[in-house]
Structures are given as structure tokens and as C-alpha cells.
Design a protein around this ligand. Sequence first.
Ligand code: ZN
Length: 163
Amino acid sequence: MRSIIALPDKRLRQESSPIKCFDDGLKELASEMQAAMLEGPGGVGIAAPQIGEMSSVVLVDCRQTKRPCDNHGLLFLVNPEIISLTGGEVLGREGCLSAPKWTGMVPRTRDIHLRYRNLKGDEQELKSSGFEARVIQHEIDHLHGVLFIDRMISTRDLVRRTP
Ligand code: ZN
């Protein structure tokens, strides 16, 4: 079981590499990510760098959220690439398994259209909106060493989570 790495770990600031082999190792990474996410509080997504694997894989799972959004179920996005971000910016509260004590208000684009590969290596496209689109943007940021605190308009919006 791999544990989640948290700030100020420098790996969270690195660029991830694309997946080239769609093999059993990738499936194992995917299940390790899912297990690590479920250990955290209310996890709706996780990116491979958060368990110390600098690979372009994210998991998004909005099946349990009460926030309004598209819900595509359990999504493993390998080598995700954003095709377009549309619909204007919306402010919303975000947290992160790698900054577990804090939440903050972050502007994100409402709609996202992306291209990615599934765990078998098939090319896929997805359009999403609302909270799920927010989570996808948050997780793709992790692949480029970007954290939600970087996108906040003001760090005065940072709120300490109540235990
Ligand atoms: Zn995060």
C-alpha cells in the first residue's frame, strides 16, 4: 500500500511522463491509486504523482458527490490532453489529499473537453461539466506540478479544515 505524499514534498512540483506501456504495471498503478484515494477523506480524485509515481495517470470518481455535475463514474484518464476549456470561470471550493489541512476557493472553467487513453490504451474523448470538470482540471494540474493553491485568487480564502 503506497501512502499519499503531501506538501512540501518536491515531487508534487514535477512534470509527469506519458505512459507508453499499457501493461499489468499500469493496471497495478491504477488500483494502488484507487486504494490510496479511498484512505483519504471524501476523495473524488487522485493523480499518480500523489503516490510518488511521476506518470500521466489520473483517477476521477464523482459517483458519491452531492455537488451538481456530469458523472461519468469511475474514470481512469491516461495521458489526458485538454482539447478545450469553455463556459466561463466558476469559483468553487477545493481540497487536496496532498494538502489535507486546507480548502480554498479556486476559479475553474465550467466545461472541459479532453482526449485521453483508457487503461487498455484505447483513445477516448470526454466532455464534462460542473464539479466533475473541476476535479478533472485539478487532477490534470497535478501532472504538471500545479496545485490548487497556485490557482487561488487570494490565499486569504484558504480555510483550515475542521477535524
Ligand atoms: Zn489534489
